[in-house]
Design a protein around this ligand. Sequence first.
Ligand SMILES: Cc1cc2nc3c(=O)[nH]c(=O)nc-3n(C[C@H](O)[C@H](O)[C@H](O)COP(=O)(O)O)c2cc1C
Length: 185
Amino acid sequence: MSAKMCPQRAIDTAPLPLNTNVFREALGRFASGITVMTTIDEDGAPYGVTATSFASLSLDPPLVQWSLRNAAYSLPVFLKSERFVVNVLSADQESVSRRFATPEIDRFAHLNTESGLGGVSLIQGALAWIECSLETTLAGGDHTILVGKVLRARTFDHQPLLYWRGGYMPDSTDQTTVNQQKVTS
Ligand SMILES: Cc1cc2nc3c(=O)[nH]c(=O)nc-3n(C[C@H](O)[C@H](O)[C@H](O)COP(=O)(O)O)c2cc1C
């Protein structure tokens, strides 16, 4: 159909106010993998957070992105360190995902890690390690978008841990259903 023959489309001039619950539900319909982002502070202490906001950005140059809440305790450390590792979690790492989203615990206690570039922790058992330098940051509402330049990447043959509608797949207790424990970020 030519442009001339297109029927006139209605143009919304005054959108209805967005219902926050509907917005959250809609976002939850997007299935994603799960990452733990790790970094290191100036005294060599490891930091890490669970994040589903990870996405590929560019192949040439190789760039990735993710976002962290402005209120996150570890945001200043990620910004100052200028390095981070994307640990893509495996199907059997639900407990790792939960641990790196839990405040006020030693998230690295009894966790098997290796030391990557700049001493940043690589979590053993992950599906992939993507080692990055911080390329740039962008304001994103109540989050900060971190863009990383990929310096090195390694992959392993495991099944992925997935997140959908606020629950983990596969569920560690039941392979047939989604664990509906809600998480806020
Ligand atoms: C599955 C899952 C995905 C999450 N994704 C994000 C995310 O992409 N960005 C974010 O800021 N927080 C996310 N969170 C919440 C953070 O992991 C959590 O707030 C964490 O405690 C932040 O760490 P900090 O405050 O110690 O720095 C997620 C939590 C879970 C369980």
